[in-house]
Design a protein around this ligand. Structure first.
Ligand code: AMP
Ligand code: GLY
Length: 427
């Protein structure tokens, strides 16, 4: 089979490596990919947001199956366009991708169908929003409606911070058009859990749970990032929580999307908070998480292509989705300065990391002499599986310590919170 993967980060690298385990996969093309993905697939420099470019590429180079991985092309209707060409795809059409692309759509859906989430108000008028945050309970969370690279959320612990967040989104246009409408919502407390789930619009098959580490600094300090590391499984996702999530969140969400006339097919990402009142939805994503995918897919025992085809063909009920009992840890290596300003083009020394771990490339390129260089904020994800979490963490850091470049940063505490929870459970 000839397969197309749209995207070019660590998530796509993990998807491609897993797809390649199926002997039926003859060729994978990635648009645009990156220097690491180029070792596993043919990369063609068409941007993931260039939907016309993707469609014209597929017209000239037919494929049997396409996987559209990032949020932007999904929201822009890439899958709709490929479907119109008769190409089978993994990923939701644009109407279903709104579950991530518009926070207002997601919040209104949850309210209408009784899916547990933080209480909220929507504003498209800055004065009304400013008046509201003068009186609402604090802390409060201010979110841009549209896609904002995970940076459109401000947790305001004071009224001044809340006002500044509203002004920044609605008056200064910090997130462009994405912030002209905002959601102001109740601050929830509790551990966070990421659950990625396969769904074909009929059944939901959750993958192994995971925990992201979003802040840039050890101990969860500093600004939010795209994610500095992940572990799986997440110890807060107990069988009791899982059962409640299936009944109160996962199935109701699928049914709600069907009832709204936009069935969701693909990977639905549930960003959950386990509050004292039970699990609640913090956010939906219409795609695999990054870097959650880099710990979840290495633990998938079932064949990924078979599962993805079953999602598209709506036969997921008959298709097993099984995970190994082990654990995984992914440590992200990032450019100094990330998530703020950072320099690109630094020479990367991988040492023997590739012999010790899966090295997923997020932001890498080759210079004119074919040397590997940095080309993004998040650069590499170093991922290891093991029978238990402590060993997976130890292996991932041993491999991460092999890698060097000028200014490289990483968090040293990926998985430590999970280990603390596991220890407490034991005592
Ligand atoms: P989001 O982009 O919606 O996932 O938000 C980014 C991060 O902000 C989440 O991972 C949470 O840590 C935090 N967050 C978002 N919404 C809330 C909320 N209502 N209460 C507390 N924390 C939140
Ligand atoms: N790691 C969070 C996300 O993919 O949105």
């Amino acid at each position: 089979m000839k397969i197309l993967v749209v995207g070019g980060g660590g998530r796509e690298h993990a998807i491609i490596k897993k797809l390649k385990e199926n002997p039926q996969v003859a060729e994978i093309t990635c648009l645009p990919g990156n220097a690491g993905i180029a070792r596993d697939a043919r990369c063609v420099p068409v941007k993931a947001t260039d939907i016309d470019g993707i469609v014209s590429y597929v017209r000239q180079n037919p494929v049997d199956f396409a996987v559209v991985a990032p949020d932007d092309p999904l929201a822009l209707g890439c899958v709709d366009r490929l479907h119109a060409l008769g190409v089978k795809c993994f990923g939701p059409e644009a109407a279903a991708a709104r579950i991530e692309a518009s926070k207002v759509f997601a919040k209104d859906l949850m309210k209408k169908y009784g899916i547990p989430t933080a209480a909220y108000e929507v504003f498209d008028d800055a004065d009304k929003a400013l008046a509201y945050v003068k009186t609402c309970p604090i802390p409060v969370v201010v979110k841009a409606d549209g896609l904002a690279l995970g940076k459109g959320v401000v947790i305001a612990f004071t009224r001044d911070e809340a006002e500044a967040a509203v002004k920044s989104a609605m008056i200064d246009g910090a997130f462009g058009a994405s912030g002209s409408r905002i959601v102001v919502e109740e601050f929830l407390e509790g551990p966070e859990v990421s659950v990625l789930a396969f769904t074909d619009g009929h059944v939901v098959k959750p993958m192994v749970s995971s925990m992201d580490h979003k802040r840039v600094g050890d101990g969860d300090v500093g600004p939010n990032t795209g994610g500095m590391g992940t572990i799986a499984p997440n110890p807060c996702y107990t069988p009791e929580v899982a059962e409640r999530c299936m009944k109160e969140i996962f199935l109701p969400t699928i049914q709600a999307m069907n009832a709204e006339g936009c069935p969701f097919k693909g990977c639905l990402y549930f960003g959950l908070m386990v509050t004292k009142d039970g699990p609640k939805v913090i956010e939906y994503n219409c795609r695999f998480g990054d870097p959650e995918t880099q710990v979840v897919l290495p633990l998938l025992k079932s064949d990924l292509l078979t599962v993805m085809l079953a999602v598209e063909n709506e036969t997921l009920a008959d298709t097993p989705v099984e995970f190994s009992d082990g654990a995984a840890c992914c440590v992200m290596l990032a450019s100094g300065g990330y998530p703020g300003k950072y320099e690109k083009g630094k020479a990367i020394d991988l040492g023997s990391a590739e012999a010790m771990a899966q090295v997923y490339h997020s932001g890498t390129a080759l210079d004119e002499d074919d040397n590997l260089i940095t080309a993004g904020g998040r650069v590499l994800g170093i991922s290891c599986t093991a029978d238990d979490l402590p060993t997976a963490i130890e292996k991932a850091y041993a491999a991460a310590d092999q890698v060097k470049w000028d200014g490289m940063i990483l968090r040293r505490d990926i998985g430590q919170r999970a280990l603390g929870i596991l220890k407490k459970e034991k005592n």
